[in-house]
Design a protein around this ligand. Structure first.
Ligand code: NI
Length: 241
């Protein structure tokens, strides 16, 4: 069930049976030449919707606007300062808690959200659980099987495959693979810690960071979405109990 498509009577009735809700978080940012601007938000909410069907949960409208400063040299990216994002998420959590949602499961789709979400998870204690959709073993087995090292760090073929299944496929003929990342680069930039926007665009001119998005296939996306939804539903059920 989607919160925005329910009446308050229905929410009140649901709360008598379950105190859990899923809140997806994503981003509004460039995802390379083949990736949609809303890739992170689309992945998080589509997986949340599919998971919710399996465990009869409510899904709140996703929080798309978030920090993505390093992508600001690419048109279409919108970036919040970390403090604003923190306040928005905090107010959403506080509102949901006010109505009796005592278990709020944040399903994240954007690496740069994580450090802020983890701090909130700590401050709301047992009320909030934060997971990214790629945290689950069955999902990672598929990512590795489909793409191996070419998954890379940004505009990953796995996230683009999911949007190909749920939305549309962008095709560009003769798009070469991106530059392969060194293990040192990956270690130093984990959690989407990239440099200033102009330097970032200079280093990664088409926006892909080591990710060979051209390997994405809608049929992979369907399998990834299913595996992630299954894992998230199980995790939600244990958290909501
Ligand atoms: Ni992404």
């Amino acid at each position: 069930m989607k919160l925005e498509e329910m009446t308050w009577y229905e929410v009140q009735t649901h709360l008598q049976e379950s105190r859990g809700i899923i809140l997806p978080t994503g981003s509004v940012e460039q995802h390379g030449p083949l990736g949609l601007i809303g890739t992170d938000s689309i992945c998080a909410r589509e997986i949340a919707w599919a998971a919710a069907e399996r465990c009869s949960a409510i899904v709140a409208p996703e929080i798309s606007y978030s920090p993505a400063p390093f992508n600001m040299s690419f048109p279409g990216t919108v970036s919040l300062t970390p403090a604003v994002f923190e306040s928005v998420v905090r107010d959403v959590l506080t509102s949901l808690a006010h109505h009796g949602f005592e278990r709020i499961y944040i399903l994240n789709g954007h690496g740069a959200n994580l450090s802020i979400l983890r701090d909130l998870e700590e401050s709301f204690q047992q009320m909030v659980r934060v997971k990214s959709w790629w945290d689950f073993k069955p999902v990672n087995i598929l990512r590795d099987q489909f793409y191996g090292d070419w998954e890379g760090m940004h505009a990953t073929p796995s996230e683009i495959a999911i949007t190909q299944d749920t939305h549309r496929i962008v095709r560009i003929d003769d798009l070469a693979p991106p530059e392969k990342l060194s293990p040192d680069y990956i270690a130093a930039h984990a959690g989407d810690k990239h440099g200033p926007p102009d330097a970032h665009r200079e280093s990664f001119p088409d926006g892909r960071v080591g990710s060979h998005s051209g390997l994405a296939k809608a049929e992979h996306g369907k399998k990834l979405l299913k595996a992630a939804a299954h894992a998230v539903a199980e995790d939600c059920l244990s958290f909501f109990e």
